[in-house]
Design a binder for this molecule. Structure first.
Ligand SMILES: Nc1nc2c(ncn2[C@@H]2O[C@H](COP(=O)(O)OP(=O)(O)OP(=O)(O)O)[C@@H](O)[C@H]2O)c(=O)[nH]1
Length: 748
């Protein structure tokens, strides 16, 4: 039998028959399908949902707030909570009152003024005498905490994309856009910071169209600008909305100011034209030259937003309390309720058949644990309920191991506060205590064996050695275990050669935050080594191998012979194949060979970093009747791997980062020369009246210390962000140096 095992870069191993499709990281869930197909299935599903369930689902929205760093997500969310009556007063990010925004509840977040963990909350919004329930997740903007965005988007039905009115579409906006596409998330866009000098919402809209390549059009125009921003005109029903009162809590509706009438008509025309490109009904109106009604426009925006063909753009200023309430109306009007999004699972009791989940309380419970957190009262597990009901005191079962667990406590989260509830229905987000699981586990009532796809976990690119300064090893390991469990992008391993604990993650800031949390939350001060790049090892050629492992002198003998080929894979994954005929190596021993291969891939022969892009085929070998055992075959495979790897033109790969630098235009020259010095490849530059942005590909190795060099050449006015792009072979000289250093370390 031909067997092919794929060791994905996420660490999991998938074994499949040779000619059957290989399971990739996403096999189900909500990954880039056409919404038309979904809507047919959804209309069938809706027939089986009771009218009581439907009534509650249509009033529910699960939304995320995502954006580039510092666009104002947390400030925006604070207003949402205030206007919906969830909190009594507004506190600013890094505000003078030193309280900090509600959703940045971690002490470190408040000090640094950045969001580190996504925070969930809920609120109720009244629209046209109907009450809507929002579950809301505020996510971090910094790329180092990108896993928080991934897991939030995995379980949300829609999002508000916040874009800065001055900076427009920034590097992280593009990343967030990609993440939204990965999970098929419809979004409305809010252009924030309209009170700032140089605010230009229409330029930002052009950038959404051109850079994010999603048709976007304004549904509002601003009244006044910069410091004189007073409100917005809703161009669909041609009404002016003024925020009044101390904190903009009163919304006064009035006629359009005469000086804005032309602009409103011009932008309304653009809105209809853009909709005509993505919606049949508006296209028809457009061809027949009839003005669509307000109802028709709103319906078309809803249809095209939910089908991810369009994003309506609203504008305002969170800090100046302007234009927030219309965004809440737009969430109701244009983002889907849970019954309008198709969610699927795999029935593992039935050959992993794809099954549609039905958001009905009558169905057996299915939920996904998407986030774990150490709370005040023990481990908190965030769950999204996809079908059925979760009841306090009831039992649920983890599909992974079938373990039955009692739901002792059920809560709705409000930042770090919580409210106890007795049950949670389909479509909702909640949290429970005392459930031992990993993030991404699926739970059911025990009658079903459905598994939902997990989220995308990016590879770690930076690592450093860490050790506690004191002898408090117990607390050190406790913290390490907890952080690892909570954050799949944070990895810990013990290097047996250097006898050091190595932590790795998404960037320097990511690791710095954990070192700081260790001190604050566990009272363990640590010393750390210099941040190191997480290299990968691979091959560029191929070779055959014939390796015999033999120890037959005295005691129990060992014998294994493996013959085959090593070749390079085109994808950054590792594949192990066997094609042995005549039973020369038994299936049991071949499985031991597979384990040997997996272990060999974990620690590459060149410098001990993970191997990617290698295919190892064993197509022949020999077994000794008495002396062969699993251990011998595992050892033989590892040795053969090492030998073949060295003979296949081995290379060390280094992470290349997509780097974006923004600074006042006067620093353009110095930034470009700084990037040139780092051997960066400039991809794009963009100039506005005051600012200049350059994007470049640069090796991570060169980027250590970039923050201080940038500060030095821009008088502290430059900002940069970077994101992993790909692995590329490092320069031969660096490869030689790394191997030398590694060998020296090994000899010590
Ligand atoms: N002028 C102006 N400043 C704003 C506005 N909204 C937010 N800010 C400021 O922008 C800074 C960043 O705001 P946050 O709300 O923390 O932004 P964020 O997107 O949540 O930040 P991260 O989660 O760390 O990426 C803070 O200093 C806010 O006061 C706005 O509408 N106008």
């Amino acid at each position: 039998m031909f067997v092919r095992r794929v060791v994905s870069s996420y660490g999991g191993v998938v074994t499949k028959m040779f000619d059957s499709p290989i399971r990739r990281s996403f096999t189900c869930g909500r990954i880039s399908k056409s919404y038309e197909e979904d809507s047919v299935v959804l209309s069938e599903i809706s027939k089986s949902i009771s009218s009581a369930d439907t009534e509650s689902l249509v009033r529910m929205r699960n939304i995320g707030i995502s954006a580039h760093i510092d666009s104002g997500k947390t400030t925006f969310t604070e207003r949402v909570l205030f206007y919906t009556g969830r909190i009594n007063s507004i506190h600013e990010v890094r505000g003078r009152d030193k309280v900090g925004a509600t959703m940045d509840s971690m002490e470190l977040e408040r000090e640094k003024g950045i969001t580190i963990q996504s925070a969930a909350t809920y609120c109720n919004w009244q629209k046209e005498d109907k009450n809507y329930h929002f579950n809301l997740i505020d996510t971090p903007g910094h790329i180092d905490f990108t896993i928080e965005v991934e897991r939030a988007l995995r379980v949300l039905d829609g999002a508000v994309l916040v874009v800065c009115a001055v900076a427009g579409v920034q590097s992280q906006t593009v990343t967030v856009d990609r993440q939204m596409r990965r999970y098929d998330i419809p979004r409305i866009t809010f252009i924030n910071k309209m009170d700032r000098m140089g605010a230009d919402p229409f330029k930002a809209i052009d950038q959404i169209n051109s850079k994010l390549k999603i048709p976007a059009a304004a549904i509002q125009v601003p009244i006044g600008n910069e410091k004189d921003l007073k409100g917005v005109v809703n161009i669909i029903d041609r009404l002016a909305l003024y925020n009044e009162g101390n904190q903009g809590e009163t919304l006064r509706v009035s006629d359009i100011p005469p000086e804005l009438k032309n602009l409103v008509e011009e932008k309304r025309k653009i809105l209809i034209e853009t909709l005509a490109d993505v919606d049949d009904e508006i296209a028809e109106c457009f061809i027949e030259e009839v003005d669509p009604t307000v109802e028709q426009i709103k319906n078309a925006i809803r249809r095209s937003t939910i089908s991810r063909k369009f994003t309506p753009v609203l504008m305002g200023s969170a800090l100046a309390n302007t234009g927030i309430q219309p965004v809440l109306d737009a969430v109701v009007d244009y983002l889907p309720n849970p019954a309008e999004v198709l969610n699927t699972g795999l029935d593992i009791s039935n050959n992993e058949m794809k099954v549609n989940l039905v958001p009905s309380s009558k169905e057996p419970f299915v939920g996904l644990a998407f986030k774990l957190e150490e709370g005040k009262y023990g481990q908190l597990t965030y769950l999204r309920v996809y079908q059925g009901k979760l009841k306090k005191g009831g039992y649920i079962s983890n599909v992974k191991d079938g373990k039955k667990i009692k739901v002792a406590r059920l809560v709705r989260m409000h930042a770090d506060d919580m409210e106890d509830v007795d049950s949670i229905g389909a479509g909702e987000i909640c949290a429970t205590f005392g459930i031992d699981c990993a993030s991404g586990d699926t739970f059911t009532d025990g009658s079903l064996k459905y598994a939902m796809s997990s989220m995308y976990v990016p590879d770690a690119v930076v690592s450093l050695s860490i050790s506690p300064k004191t002898k408090d090893v117990a607390n050190f390991s406790k913290a390490m275990n907890r952080f690892q469990k909570e954050d799949p992008t944070f990895r810990v391993k013990f290097d047996s050669e250097s006898k050091e604990t190595i932590i790795s993650g998404m960037g320097e800031l990511h690791l710095e935050i954990y070192v700081e949390r260790m001190k604050r939350e566990y009272n363990v001060e640590c010393s750390t080594g210099r941040p190191q790049v997480s290299y990968r090892e691979s091959i560029q050629g191929s070779s055959s191998f014939d390796y015999t492992h033999k120890k037959q002198s005295g005691g129990a003998g060992q014998f294994a012979r493996v013959i085959g080929e090593m070749t390079a894979e085109t994808q950054p994954r590792n594949v192990f194949e066997t094609k042995v005929v005549g039973g020369r190596i038994s299936e049991k021993f071949l499985q031991a060979c597979a384990r040997g291969f997996e272990e060999a891939c974990e620690k590459g022969p060149l410098i001990g970093h993970r191997v990617i892009g290698v295919n190892m085929l064993i197509n022949d070998g020999a077994t000794h009747v008495v002396d062969s055992n699993e251990m011998s075959f595992k050892t033989a495979t590892q040795a053969a791997f090492k030998q073949a790897f060295q003979n296949s033109n081995p290379v060390i790969l280094e992470p290349i980062m997509n780097t974006a630098v923004t600074a006042p235009a006067e620093f353009q020259g110095s930034i470009i020369s700084l990037l040139n010095k780092l051997q960066a490849i400039i991809q794009d530059t963009e100039n506005s009246a005051e600012e200049f942005t350059v994007t470049a590909d640069c090796s991570l190795n060169e980027l250590f210390g970039f923050a201080s060099s940038l500060r030095a050449v821009t008088q502290g006015k430059g900002e940069f962000s970077m994101e992993f792009k790909e692995y590329q072979p490092c320069p031969p000289q660096l490869q030689r140096q790394l191997i030398e250093e590694h060998n020296k370390k090994g000899k010590k």
